[in-house]
Design a binder for this molecule. Structure first.
Ligand code: B1M
Length: 214
């Protein structure tokens, strides 16, 4: 039954039926499925199929927008559930996170932020298309331990380097660990720009954050 709900959830994103995505997410929660299982085994595979079809020319921009809307509405239901499971954890550190300037991809960044928050980090999510100077100002204001930079486009990956340079110019680079992620980002790129760590997914970001705070 659980497997069937997760498969239907994946299909609802692929078929572009956001109302079904929301209803099935509720159904999965009612069946006591863990929010993380719903995300990783129901929603993320759906987005991957949509992305692959977009890349092959089978799907167009409206397909992406509809799928993203379904995913975001589902995440709005799941985020409180994720947080509720970690209510008692003490703050592991302060994290400022956002998607870099020029890039409006929100879902992965929000998932990383929510999951880090659910794991005990105090997360300040700056949203998408975040100006470089806003990252610097927020790190100063909050005394953040970690700044997380998400980039989903090959054209915006370079802005991750710009943020690191701006932190250096502001004289605060040594006070904050920089973590980077997003589909086109790799460990090699991380090394090239001198970031402190790279995570492939939200679970990896939590592990990386914990490691950097030790
Ligand atoms: Co766009 N898009 N998109 N898009 N979009 C991609 C990224 C693309 C790979 C699709 C494709 O061609 N196959 C492609 C990028 C190609 C490239 O540069 N390499 C692309 C393109 C080209 C574009 C536009 C340029 C399209 C156009 O206008 N012609 C445009 C750009 C707009 C802009 O940003 N300026 C665009 C627009 C959009 C929508 C607005 C329609 C929509 C976003 C809606 C929204 O977010 N509100 C959208 C979507 C939905 C996608 C795909 C299909 C799905 C992205 C997603 O949400 N995935 C995507 C294809 C794909 O990735 N398969 C695609 C689900 C999410 C859970 O995964 O975001 O990868 P992801 O996040 C993961 C990891 O990457 C990692 O953890 C997350 C959770 O596991 N991670 C981090 C992410 N950030 C991290 C930060 C960390 C650590 C880990 O530390 C700080």
């Amino acid at each position: 039954m659980s497997h069937e709900i997760l498969a239907k959830l994946t299909s609802s994103l692929v078929e572009g039926e956001p109302d079904d995505t929301v209803a099935l997410t509720r159904q999965a929660l009612n069946h006591q499925l863990e929010p993380l299982t719903i995300i990783n085994e129901g929603l993320v595979p759906g987005m991957e199929i949509v992305g692959a079809r977009f890349q092959s020319g089978e799907y167009f921009l409206p397909h992406l927008i509809i799928a993203a809307s379904g995913m975001q509405q589902a995440m709005a239901l799941l985020e409180p559930e994720l947080r509720a499971r970690q209510q008692t954890v003490e703050s592991r550190g302060i994290v400022v996170i956002g998607t870099v300037k020029g890039d409006i991809h929100e879902i992965g960044k929000s998932l990383v932020g929510t999951m880090m928050s659910a794991s005990g980090f105090q997360v300040h999510d700056l949203g998408v298309d975040v100006p470089t100077e806003t990252f610097v100002a927020k790190v100063k204001e909050t005394g953040a331990n970690i700044v997380g930079l998400s980039a989903l486009l090959t054209t915006t990956m370079t802005v991750q380097r710009e943020v690191i340079e701006a932190l250096e110019e502001a004289g605060i680079r040594s006070q904050v660990k920089v973590i980077v992620g997003g589909a086109p980002v790799s460990q090699e790129w991380t090394n090239t720009i001198g970031a402190d760590g790279y995570a492939e997914d939200a679970v990896g970001a939590i592990e990386l954050g914990k490691h950097l705070m030790t």
